[in-house]
Design a protein around this ligand. Structure first.
Ligand SMILES: *Cc1c(COP(=O)(O)O)cnc(C)c1O
Length: 357
């Protein structure tokens, strides 16, 4: 069988490791930027009542019109702009890449960045180029402009704020990249509820700018719903690639219901932002650590040289799961990433971390 696999599976696919999700049963989960809070019982009861009326025997509305209308109101969509839905923003990244892929087509990303961009470039057979960020994980504008000049990328992804560094890059620097690029520039606002900074109001000013968001990090990671906003003409092309029923019946009904009841998520995001401030302060009090600023619901840390693996494992022993970034990208040597949890979870993390150091 091995010989057949080697004959038929593309070499760039055989080379990559599958996206690894560690076992987290019975762990305090601070690894995946999930919202730690549940939902109030009365809201859950009303949601179940909505779901009860969903027609599971029917295919979903292929256009998800009701949900799209709801989102249009939510983001105050400007004339000439439209919305495309994906089964998570991961699927939108894949649709975008499929639409522009081809021999010698380049997908360009500042690094270290979100790993799915690179994986999806490989899936669709695109050339991938990472442009190093500076030592504070800020954009190296000169290097980005030179890479755009050299590679003429079909698509550039700019995560705002960036994962795993957590910072929002300088807006003017990003605009200079949007202006210099001939291909698409996608601003990935997965962490918008925690950053409260956006490029939505820049839509319409540039003919190559798209903005992407998701409901995952705000508290609905289980629904799998992302959305892309941008000029009608671009999105009409992307929509051809979208599989007809990519947003299932339960997600359509549930997302619409929760958008109609979004105040609870706004309160939770505010609580997370306030916990983030406290967690940042507590971490900065630990002199052994370098703590990077965050506009997201996670914090990037650098441990003393060579200690990240041991600290990660000591936390794991205490049933606290964070993300070990050491051993991946060279600029992330000795780095760990922790999701902002509840006040109790953050306290447990800090105590266990102090103990491990
Ligand atoms: C988590 C994350 C996503 C993925 O979001 P889904 O909608 O859950 O697929 C996209 N972009 C960035 C930068 C992320 O960190």
């Amino acid at each position: 069988m091995i010989d057949k696999i080697e004959q038929w599976v593309r070499p760039e696919i055989r080379q990559i490791g599958a996206y690894h999700v560690p076992d987290s049963s019975a762990m305090t989960k601070l690894d995946a930027m999930e919202n730690p809070y549940g939902l109030p019982d009365d809201l859950l009861d009303r949601w179940l009542e909505e779901v009860r009326h969903a027609s599971l025997n029917r295919y979903p509305d292929p256009a998800a019109s009701e949900l799209i209308n709801c989102l249009q109101d939510d983001i105050n969509l400007a004339a000439g702009q439209s919305i495309l839905l994906g089964n998570g923003s991961d699927e939108i990244i894949q649709m975008l890449a499929m639409a522009v892929s081809g021999a010698k087509r380049v997908l360009l990303v500042p690094e270290p960045g979100f790993v799915m961009y690179k994986m999806i470039a490989a899936f669709v057979g695109m050339e991938y180029h990472g442009v190093p960020l500076d030592e504070n994980f800020e954009l190296d504008v000169a290097a980005m402009l030179a890479a755009i000049e050299q590679h003429d990328p079909a698509i550039v992804f700019l995560a705002y704020p960036n994962n795993p560094s957590g910072n929002c890059w300088d807006k003017e620097a990003m605009i200079s990249i949007i202006k210099a690029a001939n291909g698409l520039v996608v601003v990935d606002e997965a962490y918008f509820p925690f950053a409260e900074k956006t490029f939505m109001d820049e839509l319409g000013k540039f003919d190559n700018l798209l903005v992407m968001r998701t409901v995952s990090k705000m508290g609905l990671a289980g629904l799998r719903l992302g959305y892309l906003v941008g000029p009608d003409a671009w999105l009409q092309q992307m929509n051809k690639i979208r599989l007809p029923y990519n947003i299932n019946v339960l997600t359509q009904v549930s997302a619409k219901f929760f958008l109609d009841n979004k105040a609870v998520f706004a309160e939770q995001a505010a609580a997370i932002r306030s916990s983030r401030r406290k967690l940042l302060e507590a971490l900065r009090d630990i002199s052994a650590l370098t703590v990077y600023p965050s506009d997201a619901n996670f914090i990037l840390l650098k441990t003393p040289p060579g200690q990240a693996d041991a600290i990660f494992n000591a936390l794991k022993e205490k049933k606290i799961l964070i993300k070990n970034l050491n051993g991946g990208h060279p600029q992330l040597r000795d780095c760990l990433r922790v999701t902002v949890g509840t006040a109790e979870e953050n306290q447990m993390f800090i105590s266990a971390l102090q103990h491990a150091l």
